[in-house]
Design a protein around this ligand. Sequence first.
Ligand code: COA
Length: 146
Amino acid sequence: MNAIEQSYDLRPLKIADFEQITSLWRSTDGMSQLESPKELQQFLERNPNSSVLAEENGVLLGAILCGHDGRRGYMYHAAVSAYARGRGVGRAMVEYCTGHLKNLGIQRVTLFTLDDNCPAKEFWKHLGFRQRKDITQFALDLKNFD
Ligand SMILES: CC(C)(COP(=O)(O)OP(=O)(O)OC[C@H]1O[C@@H](n2cnc3c(N)ncnc32)[C@H](O)[C@@H]1OP(=O)(O)O)[C@@H](O)C(=O)NCCC(=O)NCCS
């Protein structure tokens, strides 16, 4: 990788980034259940400085939402703009998030990817993540539950 390819910066994702990161996530295949501004604000208040944004000359290249519940860490919506892929931005953002969680004493980070997102699965495996096949996820939508 040469000096030009490494010219992007990583910084903590802030609520002020809502519009541009939501636009990136909306235009990225495989992203679902995006946050409202209020949900993102709550998440960032509970998890300050864990989420990351990559930018180059003020242009957004990628983002990951990351946080923890005191025991386990989670990453959501890992995305790099199509034109910026293959330059190490995704790996750098993941290492930013995992390093941050590790410094907080969190011992495992989990993420969810759609079952048919084969490139993403290969990316995570390449970065050392193991695919859990022993777990089935259950969910309850509380807004519909009295
Ligand atoms: C997945 C994604 C975030 C990767 O970002 P990226 O910036 O292109 O990835 P990087 O350039 O940092 O790649 C890091 C490493 O993973 C490898 N890699 C990337 N994609 C890969 C794939 N599909 N299969 C195998 N290896 C892959 C790279 O070769 C690189 O290897 P190296 O560091 O050993 O040289 C990006 O492709 C993306 O936004 N995809 C669409 C959204 C998505 O599916 N996100 C995941 C949802 S959970």
